[in-house]
Design a protein around this ligand. Sequence first.
Ligand code: AP5
Ligand code: ZN
Length: 218
Amino acid sequence: MKLILLGAPGAGKGTQAAFICQKFGIPQISTGDMLRAAVKAGTPLGLQAKAVMEAGQLVSDDLIINLVKERIAQADCTNGFLFDGFPRTIPQADAMKAAGVDLDYVLEIDVPFDAIIERMSGRRSHPASGRTYHVKFNPPKVEGKDDVTGEDLVQRDDDKEETVKKRLDVYSNQTRPLVDYYQAWAKQDPAKAPQYRAISGMGSVEEITARAFQALGA
Ligand code: AP5
Ligand code: ZN
């Protein structure tokens, strides 16, 4: 199974990716998590990405495309993978097409922008695993601690209200056009294009997981 999870910042891509990846036994490829790890480790990629991410802008297509190509060449991707937060621009989507990456599904999670602001302000993450919680909607078992490791949870640097607004703008202008891109491709070349599915991302985490599984025929 090879699929793309598409959706605005804070739509719940990371939250649902964990369940979908477990179900299909595939790795989650989150370009956001990979970039945050690079920033934390202070690698050359991280040094380039840090300021861009804090401003809510997108890292350059070339950097991201190379990062993803290297990642999907690894052995654990043989049976498939889930893209979370990638592609995010038309050139990124074109690069996957040109590389002949055969995707089965594009699954869009749709959440209105006002709900997103509330979700991001309460988000807490465990950086090492990418696990995500919400102080009100999806709290950890022990406040401020990761359920699995017991390590501290942190608030992401780009979850400040101003940055969130910028990220939503960037989404509308640069990523949202991928909805039309994949829908048009599915119509034009149904044999080759990934199947397009859209679900509502409103409701409980469990309800959305059930919708996602149904949409993916799982
Ligand atoms: P990235 O990490 O991809 O961030 P994003 O797309 O902005 O998405 P988020 O991770 O913020 O949200 P999510 O949809 O995963 O939601 P989550 O499950 O956490 O990218 C960060 C930055 O990296 C970008 O701004 C850019 O600079 C750079 N970057 C990354 N990829 C790039 C690329 N391809 N090209 C260029 N630059 C790139 O949920 C959010 C909150 O809601 C959580 O607290 C969660 O607990 C809660 N929640 C989840 N589900 C529910 C529910 N059903 N009800 C209530 N609350 C819920
Ligand atoms: Zn995420």
